[in-house]
Design a protein around this ligand. Sequence first.
Ligand SMILES: [Zn+2]
Ligand SMILES: [Zn+2]
Length: 509
Amino acid sequence: MNVQYQQDYVPNTLNSMNMDRCSYLPCFPFVRSTNNATRSLLLANVPIVSLSIQDLYRRYALNQDGPFISSVMAHEIHSYFYNLSENYFQQFKERLKVNVAILDFNLYRFQKILERYQSLQHLFDSYLTLVNRNNENYEVKNLDFHELRIGLEFFLQIDVDVFYMKTCMFRGAMPQSFDEGLFCKADYPLIRYSFLPCCQPQCPLCQRSNVIASSSSSSSSSSSNTAPTSYVVEFNTYHSHRFQNGYTTILNCPATCQTKNIIYTVTCCCGNYEYIGSTSSNLSETIESIRETSNRFISETLLCASSSSSIHDIIVNNNQDDFVSLDVNEKFRLYQHFIHCPQAIQLFLHQNLQYHAIIPIIIEQALINDRNYSTETTIQLDNSMEIWFQHLPIPPNGYRFCKRQHQQQYKFFKSLEKKIETNQKLYTPVDIYHVSIIAVLPEQCSTLLRQVIACLFSTHAETKLNRFNLCMMNIEHRFGPPHHSLWCQNIVRPTDEQIENSIRTVVCQ
Ligand SMILES: [Zn+2]
Ligand SMILES: [Zn+2]
């Protein structure tokens, strides 16, 4: 669908491939019968200097009141709907400094987005529920007027290139200037809020970033074997986030790792894949859960690679806890990416050297290794060992294991058995992503409102790891599978002594 909208400002993030995003952006009211060429985006976050005379005329001079609105607004007749809009939207309209036709028209668009979001969500959830339980009826939920107003305030400011909620007045936020209203005036959007550490002793995120900060300052001349320093989150910076497609979000409220009801984005350490999620909880807990699940999936995939235990099976078989499986289902493409991404696996291996025993190496290297490795001892496999060996990852074309690795594998699997016996974790979890908070919702808000706003963000930021967005029922059609490279490609391998030492340490623990 190639939709042309009429305006002189040229958006940075629109191209012939993603024009359908316009259907989910706020617009100036247009008559239904008009063709797309005469429709105009609202462009609330574009400053005056970047607008053409036409754009300015539309924003400031044109009377946007449609025929129905003008007759009702003229106080000439009694109107139930007029009272409704007075009660629920009068103050809002004054605060945003827009006429009621713009609110009315975009409220309709937002309502349609709510409906579309729910139908898509139902479609994707039923994929899971059909497998797990009998399907339930699907009922379209509505937001009350209070939440509709909040949703509309977000929607109007999720502009074509930038999310900038300059009118935000909840959770400690104040408008930059009281005479500005919805439309950006002369200035470019200002980044005014930062993401701060909560500094509570029990917060794992603050603890980890202290460790990272102190280790990176004390070991600037560290050896090449030190794990790369990865900042999971960036604290104390004025907060904005630029997505791969150029879409930019500016944080709308001050926030810490304990702020609840948030929308966040996860970028894989490879920098090529993004996901947008939302939670009623806080960023600290969310990161802990993603860390736990992603590391578990990497470990399980490496250890059971040739069995049938894909993530999907894990979801379906581990359905004792519905919340966990729904959450994993939601992040399905995110986790699929991690278990196939060589950079993510490399970070996992930096903390878990012993897993190098089961990472295939390129054939040429394996041949060289074998030539230099003379100690041939035959491995005696008992039943349990045989199962471990059966589930070794299958080396892709051009890759294999060397002889010394088979010896390491035997010791590695023995060490794992010991860990399982004593109920120890099989790996040390590590952060393989960067996380950024992109928006904060009011303290009290429904899951539906939070999720629909998050879906608007993933639609305009075109994140490849979300299950769907408003434009794309099938993300895979547009972006392909959630990974693109060979999982064991270019993995940097420590020395065999280091690998064997790490296996020994595990046994001694
Ligand atoms: Zn904290
Ligand atoms: Zn990646």
